[in-house]
Ligand binder design. Structure first.
Ligand code: NAD
Length: 493
């Protein structure tokens, strides 16, 4: 016999959770403060399940789902677990849990789907804080596999285990997170958006280019601007602001002024027809401009540039062994190709006394379809065309951007790794759960700690340190754990 699940708050999240619980065979009680809302949610669930049946995604009988609209809080008494998805307001959630404690059995679990409040704070004043915890589902609940299980200070271990087992039985993948701001996903994902805003604000590249490079070179399923347009800038900016506020305005999490402007202008994204991009009949994000076709140089000279060899192997251009230990590929015209370590091409040109073209990093050099490059100030056009032709010979769409330190992928991924290392260092979750959460909750192609190991903790540490020095901005201070792993050669994941 499946235990009874009560859902309070039948909006977007509550309806999604109710659908998943009902499909798993639980009797589900649905309650909402707004008259008619729970009934509409139940009808919506049956319609969605009918559509799933029609598409062959489930063999459940929509009419057999045990979904009941609860007329009052008292009618939730049979519940073995209550999951609340009401407004994101501490006072409202505390009041609800206080009222629920008077209604449900002493061992009924009380879970909150809060995305930003601490379960410890929600449980303050409760008679039985040991049965209160956070169960953070992701939107849309039926499709998103991840659930963050957040124990508050007073949550009993067996309560967290029971809740984790329950949602695992619903087909979800559980990660455990400490009750710290943003838990795992909403904290570690911030640089994906923040670095994009930073690049846009510095006019390093247009949004279409930033999106195209993060998808084509780094394997993210959507670029940050397209994704923020989908999420809604009001929602995305509020999450950033809430994490920033909770961390005493740590510059790591500082919201973007440019995004705030969009929110104030009502350009919230797809839902208003206009965000970073325009939507509707007349528009949609336009294709990113790529460099026009250029000829590949007849050869290059490899001066210990190990981190460019996989790309060179794709070009078919002969690589001659050079005699210098400088980590650069030399083009026939004398310009140097260098893999980004978060230093600008212009600074490297001054060091090498030659024009420099910096090459962005990728998720996988053997499969990337796009790449960003940036030339030092005053770099001759011929040198840039040689570099472009060379990378085009590798089958890559080449995006020439302004000389921003860490270009697009290098800085974004290095900062994701840096924040993941911080989260690990501060005991937010274990390494495997951080990586799982970022893959399943944020759709990243690789967990950030595994990604950090792939690039090498020393390389990521160098990138972040160079960004820190280059900008003089504490946002980029390296995580102490990243530094330790860089020095010891130990793994992050
Ligand atoms: P929503 O506005 O779609 O739904 C909230 C529902 O709760 C409404 O139907 C409202 O009438 C009802 N409600 C408000 N106060 C109530 C009360 N005291 N008692 C009973 N019902 C009440 O909101 P949502 O997007 O579903 O978010 C709900 C919760 O889930 C919030 O805590 C939010 O932070 C969290 N969350 C949202 C998302 C998301 O992407 N939308 C993701 C994860 C977590």
């Amino acid at each position: 016999m499946h235990q009874t699940v009560a859902i309070v708050g039948a909006g977007t999240m509550g309806a999604g959770i109710a659908q998943v619980a009902a499909l798993a065979g639980h009797p589900v009680l649905l309650l909402d403060a707004e008259p008619g809302a729970a009934g509409r949610a139940a009808a919506g669930i049956r319609d969605r399940v009918k559509a799933l049946v029609a598409r062959g995604k489930t063999d459940a009988d929509p009419d057999a789902l045990d979904l009941t609209t609860a007329p009052s809080l008292e009618s939730l008494a049979p519940a073995r677990i209550v999951i609340e998805a009401i407004v994101e307001d501490l006072t409202a959630k505390r009041a609800l849990f206080n009222d629920l404690e008077r209604v449900v059995a002493p061992d009924c679990i009380l879970a909150s789907n809060t995305s930003s409040l601490s379960p410890t704070a929600i449980a303050a004043g409760a008679a039985h804080p040991e049965r209160i915890l956070g169960l953070h589902f992701f939107n849309p609940v039926p499709r998103m596999r991840l659930v963050e299980v957040i124990s508050g200070t007073g949550t009993a271990a067996d309560v967290a285990d029971r809740a984790a087992d329950l949602v695992t039985g619903w087909g979800k993948t559980v990660v455990r997170a400490a009750p710290t701001p943003g838990f795992i996903v909403n904290r570690v994902a911030r640089p994906f958006y923040a670095e994009a805003w930073r690049l846009l604000t510095e006019r390093a590249a247009p949004p279409e280019t930033i999106d195209a490079v993060l998808t084509g070179a780094a394997g993210f399923p959507m670029g940050p601007f397209a994704l923020m347009d989908l999420i809604g800038h009001d929602v995305n900016e509020a999450v950033t602001r809430s994490v920033w506020t909770a961390f005493a305005q740590d510059p790591r999490f500082e919201p973007s002024r440019a995004q705030r402007d969009l929110v104030e202008a009502g350009r919230l994204g797809r839902k208003t027809g206009h965000g970073v991009y325009r939507y509707g009949a007349d528009a949609g994000p336009s294709a990113a401009a790529t460099a026009p076709p250029c000829s590949a140089p007849p050869k290059v000279i490899d001066h210990s540039a190990a981190d460019l060899r996989a790309l060179m192997a794709r070009t078919g251009v002969p690589v001659l062994e050079g005699c210098r230990d400088t980590g650069v590929m030399e083009l026939p015209g004398g310009a140097l190709l260098v893999r980004s370590t978060g230093v600008t091409a212009t600074e490297l040109a001054a060091r090498h006394d030659a024009p420099v073209i910096v090459v962005d990093r990728t998720l996988d050099d053997t499969t990337a379809t796009a790449i960003a490059i940036a030339a030092s100030d005053g770099c001759p056009g011929d040198a840039l065309r040689e570099a472009t032709g060379l990378l085009q010979a590798a089958g890559l769409a080449v995006h020439v951007i302004d000389d921003a330190p860490g270009l697009i992928v290098t800085r974004t991924v290095a900062m994701l790794v840096n924040l993941a290392a911080d989260a690990l260092h501060q005991g937010v979750a274990d390494a495997a759960d951080i990586d799982t959460a970022m893959r399943l909750g944020a759709g990243h192609p690789l967990g950030p700690l595994t990604w950090g190991d792939r690039w090498g903790a020393d390389t990521v540490h160098a990138i972040v340190t160079n960004l820190h020095h280059g900008y003089g901005d504490p946002r980029y201070r390296p995580s102490p754990l990243l530094r330790r792993r860089a020095l010891s050669g130990g793994r992050l994941a």
